[in-house]
Ligand binder design. Sequence first.
Ligand code: ATP
Ligand code: MG
Ligand code: MG
Ligand code: MG
Length: 473
Amino acid sequence: KQLSSSQVRQLFLDFFETKGHKIEPSASLIPIDDPTLLWINSGVATLKKYFDGSVVPENPRITNAQKSIRTNDIENVGKTARHHTMFEMLGNFSVGDYFKKDAIHWAWELLTSDEWYGLDKDKLYVTIHPDDEEAFRIWHEEVGLPKESIIKLEENFWDIGAGPCGPNSEIFFDRGQEYNDVAEDDPENFPGGENERYLEIWNLVFSEFNHTENNEYLPLPHKNIDTGMGLERMVSIFQDAPTNFETDLFIPIIEATQKMSDGKEYGKDSTTDTSFKVIADHIRAVSFAIGDGALPSNEGRGYVLRRLIRRAVMHGKKLGIDKAFLVDLVPVVGQIMESYYPEIVEKQDFIQKVIKTEEERFHETINDGLSIISELIKDMKAANQTVLSGKDIFKLYDTYGFPVELTEEMAQDEGLSVDHEGFEVEMTAQRDRARAARSKEESMSVQSSLLTDIKVVSEFVGYTEDTVDAKLM
Ligand code: ATP
Ligand code: MG
Ligand code: MG
Ligand code: MG
């Protein structure tokens, strides 16, 4: 089947609507009342209130397409076929309603029925927890999946250390041997292993225990279902794309970037392609995050944004782009996403203003920073040194605005290692200096106000005792 990204998203929501689910719109990327998360990183993250019982949902069956950001995948972007910083997670949820049997049967129906996704059954594999006999029975006896297609993995247990948890079952699509990047006899060459052949598309979590503070696993009074399917990965299947990027979600961004480059073309060289992919990925994340109210800064969410923008600018340089350009990609992102996420088009002017300012600021120092770093690398290589010092990383950060992760990535690309601890020492020293300067400033301002007061008083002292008294009263 050939499906557009909008169709893939809509089919998922429609399917679960026919199964009695209420469609919830995507929530903001910025968590509300949840100090444990920097960004919404999955569909379930916004529904916690239903699962912990603090809010009772109108309908215990919910489905959504949720924008999500995972910073732990930043370095995978553009290297693997399947990772993004911002992606959409499609999910179906049962808050104490249906459980494992329905969740598995419905997943299979959506994936394989000709009316819905119509995927080839022979290309699907699942992983389960070794102790989950029920899941094995359902997949094997009821669904009819051959034993060889059901892989038992100890790690298939969803547990964040506290609260609801349970075994999970993940679904993989075999893209074919031509995509395999590991050898036939490599231990990672199986569905569930770290390879590019078997694509993880969907995670079904059967939440049935409560992980207590005493480290006990007690049965939950109401069992829950929580699932997450990666939209971009599904789209890559339906558009026969070698990676998530050759799909209608990214191609227009890549084409627009190509036009701004110094004649670089996508699909000719893998290093160049990585730059195109990183830019296409990061501009989406940045546009959505700013649209949801985040702003670039030096800490927390704002620092993630700054890092994404600067990383994208750096990859732009590799494509020969020497001026602010991310700003011009915002309308492209807006158009691609408009049908389900009108917010980018609606807030386009603001998003562009923020990105342009940030890009231009970085452009003021990036060339100097880049020549410093290439000098450093040259000197180090000449001197047979292999570790970039914390002082140098700090200087690039402090003077040239190079996020530490970026400098480290560049050093590592050159085969060097980095003294990250040394950098932290420099950072701490700078914070201490800033604090000292601040407290000095504070004591200065207290002092100067004392001086002004004294001056006022002494002025009057110069007059007669009476005036002074009169003034003081
Ligand atoms: P992977 O092993 O490929 O990194 P995961 O096991 O970390 O994925 P889950 O936490 O199970 O992912 O998330 C549920 C689904 O969301 C995945 O099966 C996948 O389809 C999708 N997904 C997860 N992380 C990403 C990402 N960084 N970019 C795009 N899709 C993702
Ligand atoms: Mg992952
Ligand atoms: Mg995984
Ligand atoms: Mg997973």
